[in-house]
Design a protein. Structure first.
Length: 461
């Protein structure tokens, strides 16, 4: 991120801002567009939504006068509107990558099928591609990153959501030469598979985040642990860190104990921790009550000298003013904690647009030599023959991370391919769903075809 301030202000001064198109004008896209319009050196040229009026309203909310917003149905219309100084609202997905002046395509829908189609076409059109879509990225991000590299463009997830924040911490700590013990995030609402769209409504009404997410199924996916598993799979595939066990351990670490307990809990069993090995991704439950739902992102690293143990350890725990703590840290703590107690998602995501366009670098993207982890579709209940699997956060499945080698050897279906699939062999509650137990909704969908290509071309760890 260093240098972006000067570069963006220079673009602003030159009158050559980064041209951005945004797919999705909902809970993620709306505030993202507003933030892009606040930032120097970039502007939103096109907003795509299934409802073009909502796309237009998104631009208006960001301060674009109504007489400068044109609803367009074709590339030709859109090009004329942009040439006349207008912004474009549309329901036509292809306009996001096909109109003149767009440098970066941003996908903010949460829909893996839209993600697959738009990513492939944006890369073919040689546009940088920035995605909010964790579910799609962990299914086919590796092959898309490979294609983007070949096309000379950037494929990336966003800074601001947990995976991007964790990757930034990881890069800093790793660059300083520390050995990484664990990296991850605290889970939301306890991460329990009992949450679904049928059980989460009352919680969402009382939750302060409910105002920004009105989709019950999507909200449930944050509460049932699916989203944290997807997001930490993103981190695993971008770093080579791996889950220690399926679904990760998920220890309870209350926030008032977080800074001093995390270095102890995130360690190997022989050192008094919970892990069988170091170099893992991990989720932490903030407490035993779902209302305790603040999200922190962390990297735990090995301490190798007294400066690490005393200075970093005490700063993290906020105990420099309490000498009695120093002795404990000096003698007992093998690890130190780096953490960020916030993530601002759409407000920080424009950083990834700038990072891609200015520095031609990803904020977070899969390594392309091999896949480290996968997110499996787990049966939320006993699934009988004929059951049609529903959406993420629904009543039939939830997602849990495992090693990519385990998923491939077991022929296990990634969660992103589950929706619309029909059960052809019974699957017991709590079991991962194998490919041979389902008939996919559409074998020729771009998401499925790209996944098959990735399975054939990319090694697994």
């Amino acid at each position: 991120m260093f240098g972006l301030h000067d570069a963006l202000h220079a673009l602003d001064k030159q009158g050559t801002p980064i041209g951005v198109s945004v797919i999705g004008a909902g809970a993620a896209g709306l505030p993202f567009v507003d933030q892009v319009e606040m930032a120097p050196g970039m502007q939103t040229l096109v907003v795509v939504d299934i409802e073009p009026e909502r796309a237009a309203a998104c631009l208006a909310t960001a301060g674009i006068p109504e007489d400068r917003i044109a609803i367009c149905d074709s590339v030709e219309e859109a090009d004329r509107a942009l040439a006349a100084g207008q912004r474009v609202a549309t329901s036509k997905l292809s306009l996001s990558w096909a109109v003149r002046g767009v440098d970066v395509v941003v996908e903010a829908t949460g829909n893996p099928d839209v993600y697959a189609i738009s990513a492939l076409n944006a890369i073919r059109a040689k546009k940088h591609y920035v995605t909010f879509n964790a579910e799609g990225d962990v299914a086919i991000g590796t092959i898309l990153k490979t294609l983007a590299d070949s096309a000379g463009v950037v494929y990336t997830g966003i800074h601001g959501d947990e995976p991007g924040i964790i990757k930034a911490l990881y890069d800093e700590v790793s660059a300083l030469g520390f050995t990484i013990v664990a990296a991850g995030r605290s889970d939301y609402a306890g991460g329990l598979p009992s949450w679904s769209r049928e059980t989460v409504a009352d919680f969402m009404k009382d939750c302060r985040f409910g105002a920004t997410q009105q989709n019950l199924s999507m909200f449930a996916s944050f509460c049932d642990g699916t989203k944290s598993n997807e997001e930490l799979c993103q981190v695993a595939n971008a770093t080579g860190l791996a889950p220690d066990v399926r679904g990760m351990h998920g220890p309870i670490v209350p926030f008032d104990e977080y800074t001093y307990r995390m270095p102890q809990v995130m360690d190997t069993k022989e050192n008094g921790g919970i892990l069988s090995r170091i170099g893992v991704v991990e989720r932490v439950l903030p407490s035993d009550v779902p209302e305790d739902n603040t999200v922190w992102n962390f990297v735990v690293a090995r301490a190798t000298n007294q400066f690490h143990k005393v200075f970093i350890g005490n700063y993290a725990a906020g105990t420099l003013a309490h000498p009695r703590t120093v002795e404990v840290l000096e003698t007992d703590h093998r690890n130190v904690l780096f953490y960020t107690p916030y993530h601002y998602v759409s407000a920080q995501a424009p950083i990834s647009v700038a990072f891609a366009a200015v520095h031609r670098q990803a904020s977070i993207a899969p390594l392309t030599d091999a896949l480290t982890a996968d997110v499996l579709a787990i049966a939320r209940k006993d699934l009988e023959v004929g059951t049609v699997l529903d959406e993420i956060g629904g009543v039939t499945t939830y997602g849990r991370i495992d090693r990519a080698r385990v998923a491939k050897d077991g022929n296990l279906m990634p969660l992103a391919l589950a929706q619309g699939a029909t059960i052809v062999k019974p699957v017991a509650k709590g079991e991962a769903i194998p490919f041979d137990a389902v008939r996919l909704a559409n074998e020729k969908a771009p998401l499925v075809l790209l996944r098959r290509l990735q399975d054939n071309l990319v090694d697994v760890r």
